[in-house]
Ligand binder design. Sequence first.
Ligand SMILES: Nc1ncnc2c1ncn2[C@@H]1O[C@H](COP(=O)(O)OP(=O)(O)OP(=O)(O)O)[C@@H](O)[C@H]1O
Ligand SMILES: [Mg+2]
Length: 300
Amino acid sequence: MNTPVIRAENLTKFYGKKMGIQNVQLQVEPGEVFGYLGPNAAGKTTTIRLLMDFMRPTSGTALLFGLDSRKKSPEIRKKVGYLPGELSLYQNLKVREILLHFAHFRQDVHWNFVEELAERLKCDLSHPIHTLSQGNKQKVGVIQAMMHKPELLILDEPTSGLDPLIRQEFYKLIMEFKAEGKTIFLSSHVLPEVERVCDRVGIIRSGKLIVVENVAKLKKKRIRQVELTLADPVKKDFFSDLKNICDLHVDNNRIRCQISGDINPFIRKIAQLRIIDFSSHQPGLEDIFLAYYGESENVL
Ligand SMILES: Nc1ncnc2c1ncn2[C@@H]1O[C@H](COP(=O)(O)OP(=O)(O)OP(=O)(O)O)[C@@H](O)[C@H]1O
Ligand SMILES: [Mg+2]
């Protein structure tokens, strides 16, 4: 069997008495895109900083490429591209200068690739850092993480501050890295955004890893909040033969309900009606936690 690229064994961090994360048990395989999801203060950055050996765990260990992150940090870092959650850059340099500076410390940077990244992410290399917006600074962070085509990308909320088109381009880059056999670990607090690039996701809440699941499986369990406005009123029992519908509210021609799993039976059903408006929202992380509690063998 291949050595996992990331392995966290009972990783625990207390900041004094305050818990950062507790007993995080995690494994990421070579070539995987792993999404690390959780709301604010869940422990995403804490986990990532421990993986990167930027601080000491209270207990437990982190292994990257099978090497102890505390003992083999220099060796590991050569193979990793890292984007911190809070990026701080030298304010007085221009983007090109700062990227040249990063490239200088990496052995295997092809400047053509840096320029390609900058072009694709619409990052102007000629601007001084202190004039950049938050999103444009984030692009510089993403470029420095990817510039040496590392074996492993560890990215803490990489899309924060990026506009939708740039996000799309970023995810294209992630898929290209994956196609080259690289491993990617990225944190986020929005599942719908990362689920199309991730093979698996881990969901952390209040410092504890709650679920690790294949994205395909997660999608099967997905709950959608659906709202409909119809041209004509309908009765509640119109939907009575649907199995995966719940929380159904019918108010004349307005319908609100939740659909779990396959949405097709519901779509076929409503195709018989004249629809004025239709909306379907994906659940937040809290709903996913709820869908998992008591149901999944994978609840940790
Ligand atoms: N330096 C620190 N000192 C004390 N407590 C900290 C420190 N850093 C993090 N924490 C606490 O550890 C917990 C986890 O924080 P962490 O920054 O890892 O969360 P996060 O999931 O990255 O959140 P966000 O989505 O807001 O970035 C929080 O309760 C936070 O207050
Ligand atoms: Mg964070």
